[in-house]
Design a protein around this ligand. Structure first.
Ligand code: GLC
Length: 715
C-alpha cells in the first residue's frame, strides 16, 4: 500500500489540472459516429473510466457485445498516447451474471447460502473480466419494503442483516483475495443511500429517512460492504428529506467516510450530477459540478459535467485543487490496486462454463421458496400424468430477469423443454388461453395433476419499472380459476421478480413454488424441486403481502401505542376495517419436503452484565435440529431478537443470525449462535452504537413469526 501511495503522489505531481479532471470523467461507450472524437479525448487524458454500455437504463435495453479488440485499442491510446499513460477503468453492469445468468439478486438472497452466492460472484467475475470488464456496479444494497418499486428485484429485500451478509459475499466473490489477480473485478456498493425508500415505490422519487432509520436499516449493508473491502460506492439519484445524495457532504463524506471508514472512490449514478438542477439545488452546470465534488463525489458518470466545468471552478478558487487531488488520488489508488498499470489490456480468460452453469443451477435451486404444499402434493412423481398449463411454460427471456446485459436465451431450456426430458408419464402442454383452453381442460381431465407456469414479465421489473398493481396479470388469475374448475390439484410455479400480492391466488393453488427470475438454468432448478431431486430450501428475504394496498408491510417494524401493524396479528380490529394486513407469507418463511424438529432453545447464561457485553463476552444460544422426515434437506435456522424496552423504539423482531445446514433424513445436529454487543446494540439517531441494560427476547426457528420466546437480561 505504501508503494501505491508513493506512485500516486509521483503521478499526481506530473498531471495538469485538466488531466486530473480527466480521471474523474466517465463517458459511456462511444458509437461509430463519436469514436474519433472519443479517441481524441482519450489522447488528451480526459477519460478516466468508460461505462461499457449505451443509455440511461442499461438493464432494460439491449447492449452490444463486448469486443476486447475495441477496448484494447482505446486502452492502447490511453497508455501510449496520453500525457501520463494512465490506463482507463472499464465498468459495466454485471449485476447477476455475465454470459451465465444467475438468479436475480432478490432470488439469490432467498437462498441464504452465503458460500454459494460468493462462489457465484467469483464465477461472474471470471466471465466478465475475460471481456475487458475491470469493474462492475454491484452489489445493489438498497433495503426495500415497497414491491411496487421495480428495483426491489436487484437488492436483498427488507432486512439489514441479510443485506449485510450478502454484501460481504458479493464483494469478496468479485474482488477475491487479491484484487489484481486475473479473474477478479472491482465491486461497487450501490445505490448509496436510501434509494429503496422512493415514495410510493415510484422510481427516482423523493425519500424521507430519519437518521435513526438510516443507521439501523439502510446503512448496515453498506457498512458490511466497506468492512469487506469494497473499492467503490455509487451514490444514488434520490434525495433524503430535501438533500440530494449527489451533493451531500453529510452523507457522502461525514457518514460514508467518517462513520463507515470508506476509503475507495464514489461514482455518481448516470447523469446524477447534472440532474441537481432538476432537483432544484443548483442553478447551472458549474453549480452542479462544484456541489458534487465538494460533497465528496469523485467520478462523474456520463454527463461530462466535471470535465466541462471544474477547470474554471479551480481557477476561480470555488473548488480547491486539493479537493480535486483527493478525488484523483482515490481513483488512481483503485486503478493501481487493480493492477491496471501492469495489465491494462485484456486477452480473454479461462473459465469452466459447465461449472458456472452448475453453480447457477444450484443457486437457482436453493433460491426457490416452497410457499404451500397441501397434503404433500409435492414432490410429483416423474411417472405421473401431468398437464402443464400457462404462459411461462415456454418463457425464456423473463427467466433471465432484468439487468442481464450479456445473458442471452440462446441454448437455454424453458420449463416445457426440461419437463419433456424429465417426465416418464404423459405430459400434456397447452398455454391455456383462447382456443388452448379446450385442450387445457381436456388435458387436465386426463392428468393426475396440473402444473401452472405463471409469472411476471422481466420488462415489469428493474429500473424505471415501478408498477401500481403487484398482482399477477388478470388473464393468469382467470386461468387459475378456470383450471380450478376442473377439480384437479394445481401446482403453481411463480416466475416472479418482485414480491406479488398473493391473496387472489394462494387459496386456489394446492402447492406454490416461488421461483423468482431464476436465470439461465432456472427451468432445470424448478424441475429439481418439482420432482423431489432436491428438497426446496429457500426462505423469503421479503414479505409477500395479501394485497398491494397493504404496502408497506415488513417484518422488522416497530410497535406503537395502540398496536396496529398486524404483522404479528396483534389487534387486527385496529387495522383496516375492510381487511387485515397480516402477511400472506412472512419474512424468513419457506417450506421443505422433509420435517425438521426444533429442540428447546438453550441459553448458556440468561443474565450478563453490560460491562461483560461491552468487553466482548457473548451469550451462547443453541438449539437442536433433527430431520425427522423422509427427505434429505437443508434448513436455514434463524435467530431473532426483540428489545421490548429501549431509549428509542426497537422493531418487534430483528434478524440477528442465520445458519443454513444440510441434514440427511434421520440426522440431528446442534446449531449454536453467539450473541454479543453487535447483536444486542443499535444506533442512536446520532449514529452512536449503544448497548443498553434490560431484557432481550430471543426467538430461534424457521421464520420471523416463531413464538418460542426465551429471555436474557443485561444488567
Ligand atoms: C443506472 C442505474 C445504476 C447503473 C448505472 C449504469 O441508471 O441506476 O444502477 O449502474 O445507471 O448503468
Amino acid at each position: 500500500m505504501e508503494n501505491i501511495a508513493l506512485r500516486v503522489e509521483e503521478l499526481l505531481s506530473k498531471m495538469t489540472v485538466r488531466e486530473k479532471i480527466g480521471q474523474l470523467n466517465q463517458p459511456e461507450t462511444p458509437t461509430e459516429k463519436t469514436i474519433e472524437e472519443f479517441k481524441a479525448l482519450v489522447r488528451k487524458g480526459e477519460v478516466g473510466s468508460i461505462l461499457m454500455s449505451v443509455g440511461a437504463t442499461a438493464g432494460n435495453d439491449a447492449q452490444g457485445a463486448i469486443s476486447n479488440e475495441f477496448y484494447n485499442e482505446i486502452q492502447r491510446i490511453a497508455v501510449e498516447e496520453s500525457p501520463n499513460g494512465i490506463p482507463i477503468l472499464f465498468g459495466r453492469d454485471v449485476i447477476h451474471g455475465h454470459h451465465t445468468v444467475f438468479p436475480i439478486p432478490l432470488g439469490m438472497a432467498a437462498s441464504f447460502n452465503d458460500e454459494l452466492v460468493k462462489k457465484s460472484y467469483s464465477d461472474i467475475a471470471s466471465e466478465a473480466s475475460a471481456e475487458s470488464v475491470h469493474w462492475t456496479f454491484t452489489p445493489m444494497l438498497d433495503l426495500a419494503r415497497d414491491p411496487r418499486w421495480g428495483r426491489i428485484i436487484e437488492g436483498t429485500g427488507e432486512d439489514p442483516y441479510v443485506g449485510a451478509r450478502v454484501a460481504e459475499s458479493v464483494v469478496k466473490g468479485l474482488q477475491g483475495e487479491n484484487l489484481s489477480d486475473k479473474g477478479n473485478m472491482i465491486a461497487c456498493a450501490k445505490h448509496y443511500i436510501g434509494y429503496g425508500a422512493s415514495e410510493g415505490g415510484r422510481d427516482y422519487h423523493r425519500t424521507e429517512i430519519t437518521d435513526y432509520s438510516l443507521f439501523n436499516y439502510y446503512l448496515p449493508a453498506f457498512r458490511s460492504a466497506v468492512k469487506a473491502g469494497v473499492k467503490t460506492v455509487m451514490s444514488s439519484f434520490n434525495d433524503i428529506s430535501g438533500q440530494p445524495i449527489t451533493s451531500s457532504s453529510y452523507y457522502l463524506t461525514d457518514i460514508l467516510r467518517g462513520k463507515l471508514g470508506f476509503d475507495g472512490f464514489v461514482v455518481s449514478d448516470y447523469d446524477a450530477v447534472i440532474q441537481l438542477k432538476k432537483q432544484g439545488v443548483a442553478r447551472d452546470n458549474a453549480d452542479c459540478a462544484k456541489m458534487a465534488l465538494n460533497a465528496g463525489l469523485d467520478m462523474d458518470m456520463h454527463d461530462f459535467c466535471y470535465l466541462d466545468n471544474l477547470e474554471k471552478l479551480i481557477e476561480s478558487g470555488e473548488v480547491s485543487e486539493e479537493t480535486l487531488n483527493e478525488s484523483v488520488r482515490r481513483i488512481l489508488t483503485v486503478k493501481m490496486e487493480k493492477g491496471l498499470f501492469e495489465n491494462p489490456y485484456c486477452y480473454g480468460g479461462e473459465y469452466d462454463k459447465i461449472v458456472h452453469l452448475k453453480d447457477a443451477e444450484d443457486l437457482a435451486t436453493e433460491s426457490i421458496v416452497l410457499l404451500k404444499n397441501e397434503n404433500n402434493l409435492l414432490p410429483l412423481s416423474k411417472s405421473a400424468n401431468i398437464s402443464l398449463v400457462g404462459p411461462y411454460a415456454t418463457e425464456k427471456r423473463s427467466l433471465l430477469g432484468s439487468w442481464c446485459i450479456d445473458g442471452k436465451t440462446d441454448g437455454m431450456d424453458n420449463l416445457l423443454d426440461i419437463m419433456r426430458k424429465t417426465c416418464e408419464g404423459k405430459l400434456y402442454y397447452s398455454c391455456g388461453y383462447g382456443l388452448g383452453w379446450d385442450s387445457s381442460a381436456k388435458n387436465s381431465y386426463l392428468s393426475d395433476v396440473v402444473v401452472m407456469a405463471l409469472g411476471e414479465s422481466w420488462s415489469c421489473t428493474g429500473e424505471a419499472r415501478a408498477v401500481s398493481d403487484i398482482s399477477l396479470p388478470p388473464e393468469q388469475i382467470a386461468l387459475i380459476k378456470k383450471i380450478k374448475s376442473t377439480g384437479k390439484k394445481i401446482v403453481g410455479i411463480l416466475f416472479c421478480g418482485r414480491p406479488i400480492a398473493m391473496q387472489e391466488i394462494s387459496d386456489d393453488l394446492d402447492a406454490i413454488i416461488y421461483a423468482w427470475h431464476p436465470g439461465s438454468c432456472g427451468a432445470q432448478a424448478v424441475c429439481n424441486v418439482l420432482f423431489g431431486d432436491v428438497s426446496p430450501s429457500g426462505k423469503l428475504p421479503v414479505t409477500l403481502p395479501k394485497l398491494a394496498t397493504h404496502i408497506p408491510l415488513y417484518y422488522n417494524v416497530t410497535s406503537s401505542g395502540r398496536p396496529v401493524n398486524c404483522y404479528y396479528n396483534e389487534n387486527p380490529a385496529n387495522c383496516y376495517v375492510d381487511s387485515v394486513p397480516t402477511p400472506c407469507y412472512p419474512f424468513g418463511f419457506g417450506l421443505s419436503y422433509t420435517e425438521f424438529k426444533y429442540g428447546e432453545t438453550k441459553i448458556d447464561n440468561d443474565k450478563i452484565s453490560l460491562d461483560e457485553v461491552l468487553n466482548g463476552k457473548k451469550i451462547k444460544v443453541s438449539v437442536s435440529l433433527e430431520n425427522i422426515g423422509d427427505f434429505d434437506a437443508k434448513e436455514t435456522v434463524q435467530i431473532y431478537l426483540r428489545t421490548p424496552v429501549a431509549k428509542w423504539m426497537r422493531p418487534l423482531r430483528e434478524l440477528k443470525g442465520y445458519q443454513k445446514v444440510s441434514l440427511n433424513k434421520g440426522e440431528k445436529t446442534e446449531i449454536i449462535f453467539e450473541i454479543g454487543a453487535e447483536e444486542l446494540g443499535y444506533y442512536s439517531p446520532q449514529g452512536e452504537f449503544i448497548v443498553e441494560k434490560g431484557i432481550r427476547e430471543i426467538y430461534v426457528g424457521e421464520n420471523c413469526l416463531i413464538e418460542n420466546k426465551k429471555e436474557i437480561t443485561i444488567c
